[in-house]
Design a protein around this ligand. Structure first.
Ligand code: AMP
Ligand code: TRP
Length: 334
């Protein structure tokens, strides 16, 4: 079983990223051959600062390693170090439906948020994401709920490729966590927690200090009731139940039982304590890892080399199947 996922480079990873995705990456190392990539080529599709981008890659690398990614048990690398990704992106564009790209909700959201330029790259983003996964013939893609549509698209791309050019690519399955696939903003619990679309007070960052975490959770928006149960009209409380259940690794029903009759104040305090305890070791390890940029660079470079060995194999098969190149290619490094 091969697992692949990608994550945007930013030092501002939040609790939604952690519970929806990062936690699954760590667990993936025990479930199969795990491959994870920091997608700096995706990050350039919206306005950005070149010098900040390079730093953000290190920030993200240190967060993921601090969370428990182990370069001896997974392949961990920077997307732009493996040129097969953009190459495969272009090759796959010929079996990607323009109409389907036009229906991507993340494109519409992000396009609407741009001030100066809606880049062609932003429109093509899901094709590059398809290339990320299909280059490794991955079986499974762990992501949060908001990425489901992108995985659906890459499945269509792989199926269309295989139908047109012969069985070459693996059609991957999405893996969304049962609890915590969509963590909501603490101030606006009808919107997902997000660095760009959410509220600052409603977003708990992995690197927030414990007192900031406590303040954000204690001041989270809830309803006028008192019962700690999940319900459609109790979006805030339902979100906090999901958060503490995910963090403790228990079922939401058990949380409801435990906090039956305890009131919102005590419940919020318990959520805050659990989240602080959960994030504290990550933050500590982050600080240590982030101070060694040369070490991070070495880890990413070693990961890229392993990644390239797999991706170049796939690219050779794809090029051959598509009639691109001489048809007598040998894998790089052989
Ligand atoms: P990004 O930082 O946009 O690259 O997202 C990294 C991962 O976090 C993706 O798999 C997303 O689906 C996931 N994710 C982002 N926001 C949330 C959220 N509010 N709840 C759960 N998962 C999320
Ligand atoms: N688009 C994803 C996000 O915003 C990041 C990503 C890029 C990704 N390539 C990927 C996720 C491949 C899974 C697989 O979160």
């Amino acid at each position: 079983m091969r697992i692949f996922s990608g994550i945007q480079p930013t030092g501002r990873k939040h609790l939604g990223n952690y519970i929806g995705a990062i936690r699954q990456y760590v667990a993936g190392q025990d479930r199969g051959e795990a491959i994870y990539c920091i997608v700096d080529l995706h990050a350039i599709t919206v306005a950005y600062e070149p010098a900040v981008l390079r730093e953000s890659v290190y920030d993200t690398a240190a967060i993921l390693l601090g969370a428990g990614l182990d370069p001896n048990r997974c392949i961990f690398f920077r997307q732009s170090d493996v040129v097969e990704h953009p190459e495969l992106c272009w090759l796959l564009s010929s079996v990607t439906s323009y109409g389907e790209l036009n229906r991507m909700t993340q494109f519409k959201e992000k396009a609407g948020a741009q001030r100066d330029l809606v880049s062609g790259g932003l429109f093509f983003y899901p094709v590059l994401q398809a290339a990320d996964v299909l280059a490794y013939r991955a079986d499974e893609v762990p992501v949060g709920e908001d990425q489901r549509q992108h995985v659906e698209l890459m499945r269509d791309v792989a199926e269309r490729f295989n139908a047109r050019f012969g069985e070459t690519l693996v059609v991957p399955e999405v893996r969304v966590p049962e609890v915590g696939a969509r963590i909501m903003d603490l101030q606006q619990p009808d919107r997902k927690m997000s660095t760009t679309g959410g509220t600052p007070q409603g977003t708990v960052y992995v690197l927030d200090a414990p007192d900031q975490v406590a303040r954000k959770i204690r001041s989270s928006v809830t309803d006028s009731g008192t019962e700690v149960v999940r319900a459609p009209d109790k979006a805030g409380i339902s979100n906090l139940i999901d958060i503490i259940a995910a963090v403790r690794g228990t079922a939401p029903e058990e949380i409801e039982r435990e906090f039956d009759g305890s009131g919102y104040g005590a419940f919020k305090q318990a959520v805050a304590d659990a989240v602080i305890e959960y994030l504290a070791p990550v933050r500590e390890r982050y600080t240590e890892l982030r101070s060694d940029e040369a070490g991070l660079e070495r880890t990413l470079a070693e990961g890229a080399e392993k990644a390239r060995a797999i991706a170049s194999d796939t690219l050779r098969d794809v090029r051959e199947a598509m009639g691109v190149g001489s048809g007598h290619e040998v894998r790089s490094g052989q």
